[in-house]
Design a binder for this molecule. Structure first.
Ligand code: BES
Ligand code: MN
Ligand code: ZN
Length: 496
């Protein structure tokens, strides 16, 4: 979907030719003298339109209005959250094949974040997955105009949101692809393709290089699969080399059967989404390519399948991670932390200002927070505060969870430095405590997106979360430059 921003008075909006005109009508709407205002005011007065978010009234070929269809759409207080709720109510309409051009017009001055919310929620509601379906099912809607009272005032918010929408769509497309269409090799190829954009480079490491790096935990997960693993290293250079990067680490399990600790059959198909963290890293880089902010970002993706096999790792096996710590793998289904711990060890070489891992890590996090908020764990209060604020601003919220050292008790092992699972209690937290052993003193955060990366049931599909949260955080960092640490090792030669 292509977006454009325009200053449109309500009388100009009435004359705007398109297949669908949506008028966002807030509570306390103050009508002017134009036809659209008159119509909306009459509908409210009659009780046919309630300006609550998502309540709507559809009108066909209304007199005096150039658009074929008009939707009067209540948007509550007109804030970002209410606008998103309102626009999502248009999901079916936006996917109608007869609608190619649409315009969404604000019948009031825009609240902060409302234009961005309108853009992202239109993209969200209009998204249709087609990678393994007939292309004819793709939405016909190709151009969406945002009509506001003053386009200059919201230009930057609009441009950021349009780029974010592209990144989110990219993340959704990759996460939605079934595991046989999104193998570690194919995810690697997608990352390589991103490096065609200016400012982005990509390096792919295969099994031999990963073995050479000593990533014994990652290798243990991958060894039960016929699909070759990939360790993907993306780099976005938007600022001076002296500026410390933020490292994003995305869990890239392209299918999680559980391994020898096999999962039950019901809903196992949803474990194709177990690379949602990886997809979010790809989505962030896709958006960075559009926005080109003045920051440095590294994206790391350990990608492999978790399969049961004669060669698969077994419960009780002890492996040596890149950090040198030995790990007793008591449950092969706790594989995410195993691929992530080696990627976090690798991340240290960039001397990052912060590192953030993103992972569909635990069913326990789904129990704790459901599908609304991602779980946030952070070793730094400042980093936590920035991520919480970014999530709120992006309408992609998270909730901070605890990291008391006592939670690590259950990870003790008689046969290795650490076990990969503790008991059932506090499972999202013990997983985070496991990861924390591998981050050293670098400010670190972990986002458990097991509940938020995809929806199950009839609406089954990837959400593209938390691309919005991450992008808002990164753009905030563009205004807060952090010098690379004095002790920084020399940067390695650029990827070829
Ligand atoms: N990918 C799963 C987590 C998951 C499960 C996400 C269900 C969304 C829905 C992860 O690899 C996993 O299997 N975790 C185990 C950990 C356990 C063995 C300690 C879990 O949550 O059951
Ligand atoms: Mn698992
Ligand atoms: Zn998993």
């Amino acid at each position: 979907m292509n977006f454009e921003l325009k200053t449109l008075s309500l009388s100009a909006a009435a004359a705007h030719k398109c297949d669908l005109l949506v008028l966002l009508v807030p509570e306390g709407f103050k009508p002017q003298a134009d036809d659209l205002s008159t119509l909306a005011a009459a509908a409210i007065k009659q009780g046919d339109l309630e300006p609550k978010p998502g309540k709507l009234l559809s009108i066909y070929t209304p007199a005096g209005i150039a658009a074929r269809r008009l939707v009067l759409l209540g948007c509550g207080n007109g804030g970002a959250h209410a606008v998103r709720q309102a626009v999502l109510a248009l999901a079916t309409t936006l996917k109608t094949r007869s609608i190619k051009r649409a315009a969404v017009v604000f019948a009031m001055d825009c609240a902060a974040g409302a234009v961005g919310a309108a853009v992202c929620s239109m993209a969200e509601a209009g998204y249709v997955y087609t990678a393994t379906k007939p292309k004819a099912e793709a939405p016909a809607l190709s151009r969406a105009t945002l009509g506001v009272t003053d386009d200059a005032a919201v230009q930057q918010e609009f441009a950021t949101a349009a780029a974010l929408a592209v990144g989110i769509e990219y993340a959704r497309d990759w996460a939605n692809r079934p595991a046989n269409h999104a193998t570690p090799t194919l995810i690697g190829d997608a990352a390589k393709a991103l490096a065609k954009h200016a400012g982005i480079q990509c390096k792919l490491h295969g099994p031999a290089q990963v073995a050479k790096l000593g990533m014994g935990a990652f290798l243990a997960v991958a060894q039960g699969s016929d699909q070759a693993l990939r360790f993907i290293e993306l780099r976005y250079d938007g600022a001076a080399r002296a500026q410390a990067p933020v490292v994003l680490v995305g869990k890239g399990i392209t299918f999680d059967t559980g391994g020898i600790s096999l999962k039950p059959a019901a809903e196992m198909d949803e474990m194709k989404f177990d690379m949602g963290g990886a997809a979010s890293v790809l989505g962030v880089f896709r958006a960075l390519a559009e926005i080109k902010p003045a920051i440095n970002v590294i994206g790391l993706i350990p990608a492999c399948e978790n399969m049961p096999d004669g060669k698969a790792v077994k419960p009780g096996d002890v492996v040596t991670s890149m950090s040198g710590q030995t790990i007793e793998i008591l449950n092969t289904d706790a594989e995410g932390r195993l691929v992530l711990c080696d990627a976090l060890s690798y991340a240290a070489r960039f001397k990052p200002a912060a590192m953030i891992d993103i992972a569909t890590l635990t069913g326990a996090c789904v129990v704790a927070l459901g599908g609304l908020r991602s779980g946030l764990f952070a070793s730094s209060d400042e980093l936590a505060a920035r991520l919480v604020a970014a999530g709120d601003a992006a309408l992609d919220p998270c909730w901070r969870m605890p990291l008391d050292d006592e939670y690590a008790e259950g990870l003790k092992s008689n046969f290795a430095d650490v076990a990969n699972v503790a008991g059932r209690a506090g499972g999202a937290i013990t997983a985070a405590k496991f990861l924390q052993r591998f981050v050293g003193d670098i400010p670190w955060a972990h986002l458990d997106i097991a509940g938020t990366a995809w929806k199950g049931g009839a609406a089954k599909g990837a959400t593209g979360r938390p691309v919005g949260l991450l992008l808002h955080y990164l753009l905030g960092m563009a205004g807060a430059p952090t010098a690379r640490r004095k002790t920084a090792a020399p940067r390695r030669a650029r990827a070829a």
